[in-house]
Design a protein around this ligand. Structure first.
Ligand SMILES: *Cc1c(COP(=O)(O)O)cnc(C)c1O
Length: 412
């Protein structure tokens, strides 16, 4: 690495520090290009991307079919607003609804918007269909949740960093421990509009619920006449080896919230997907988005749905995930104290005595692997599903070497 090239990277970081709000603490890597599972920084160094933009890049950076769909659409029409129809919206929502086995799609942009929209729909459904008294509806959520960053969403977070300083908070939410079906049952009452859950909690560190939990949530919702709303923004769209993580548990939610990979890593595309009984509570003027369902987003989203309809990425995630799991399990007892995974999505708990997740990620970056700590000493591994088996093996080997390094640094 030449001094001039180092300066290029340092300059970018200094400018970002000065003029971009400090709401993130990025690793000191300045990406200039990417293809497939690999990114290249401004100094020409290559890194294997083991975060995949929090699973927004499930199909790899610049997937040729997705880029082709976007380019073709750029030459036709990109935005009309929902004041008019576009010829891309109908195929997108039709094929996405079919993929999810539901009637309808409410297209939005970001994941947080999908969650907000899902909550709005659930509340309106509670008043209009279930008959909950006006303004009395509650939504039951889980501890350790991550559903986004809006005021209402942070209102029911239990992460002090996400929440503190942003009050007053939106009422109408009840939080119970994740994975505790009895607590969930106790929180649900006649005014419960919905239970909102991540089938696997991503930001919490790839936390997989205990056996029977999601099935119990489904049964409790059925008994109480409440909607089961699955936030599959991160877990959905092939990451876990199935189209939806809920499928691993044999559970069909009433509402899917989708985002991240739905935009193919190209632009933000999110959606609320549900049957008519639920989504038909929305009438013109009651909800909307200038950009939601725009032709460019719909063209890319449609191409994503068609990739998923082949089943190829789901199978790949399952096979690669099993391979990664085997290699990660071999590290348990050697600086790793726990591994949780589903498909190609793993939370790796590093022995906290060795160092923080951030320290490990910094060293991984030096060795050409980009990963991100979630909480404390947990690292999430979620490479693009196009990663090659030998690349995956290499990434886990770098993790092993880094853990050895931090262990020796600590001991000396
Ligand atoms: C990322 C994420 C969101 C929020 O998505 P944004 O596009 O960042 O608003 C919501 N839910 C889950 C489970 C997520 O992982």
């Amino acid at each position: 690495m030449t001094a001039a090239r180092e300066a290029r990277s340092a300059e970018h970081i200094a400018l970002a520090d000065a003029h971009a709000a400090h709401n993130y603490s990025p690793l000191p890597v300045v990406v200039a290009e990417a293809e497939g599972a690999w990114v290249t920084d401004v100094e020409g160094r290559r890194y294997l991307d083991c975060l995949a933009a929090y699973s927004a890049v499930n199909f790899g950076h610049r997937h040729p079919e997705l880029v082709a769909a976007a380019k073709a659409q750029l030459d036709r029409v990109t935005l009309v607003s929902r004041a008019f129809h576009s010829d891309r919206l109908a195929p997108f929502v039709t094929e996405l609804a079919a993929l999810a086995g539901k009637d309808k799609v409410l297209p939005m942009n970001t994941g947080a918007e999908a969650v907000e929209s899902g909550i709005k729909v659930a509340r309106k459904w509670a008043y209009e269909v279930k008959g909950v008294p006006q303004d009395a509806a509650n939504v039951v959520v889980a501890g350790g949740n991550f559903h986004g960053r809006t005021i209402s969403i942070v209102s029911f977070s239990d992460d002090p960093a996400a929440r503190t300083g942003f009050g007053p908070y939106t009422p109408g939410f009840r939080r119970v421990p994740y994975g505790d079906a009895a607590a969930l049952g106790a929180a649900i009452d006649a005014d419960t509009a919905a239970v909102l859950l991540e089938p696997v909690q991503g930001e919490a560190g790839v936390v997989i619920p205990p056996a029977g939990y999601l099935q119990a949530a489904r049964a409790l919702c059925d008994r109480a006449g409440a909607l089961l709303v699955a936030d599959e923004v991160q877990s959905g769209l092939a990451r876990t080896g199935r189209t939806f993580a809920c499928q691993h548990f044999g559970v069909v939610p009433d509402v899917y919230l989708l985002g991240k990979a739905l935009g193919g890593g190209i632009l933000p595309v999110s959606a609320v997907v549900a049957d008519d009984e639920v989504l038909n509570v929305l009438h013109p003027g009651e909800h909307g988005s200038t950009f939601g369902g725009n032709p460019l987003a719909s063209a890319v989203g449609l191409a994503v749905v068609r990739l998923l309809a082949t089943g190829y990425y789901q199978e790949r995630a399952a096979a690669l995930g099993a391979r990664m799991r085997e290699r990660l399990d071999a590290l348990v007892g050697h600086g790793v104290v726990g591994v949780r995974s589903l498909g190609l999505w793993a939370g790796v708990d590093i022995d906290p005595r060795l160092g923080t997740g951030k320290e490990v990620c910094l060293r991984l970056a030096e060795r050409g692997v980009l990963a991100k700590d979630t909480h404390g000493s947990t690292i999430r591994l979620a490479p693009p599903l196009v990663v090659e088996p030998h690349e995956l093996d290499w990434a886990v080997e770098q993790l092993r070497v880094v853990i050895d390094e931090v262990g020796r640094a600590r001991a000396s």
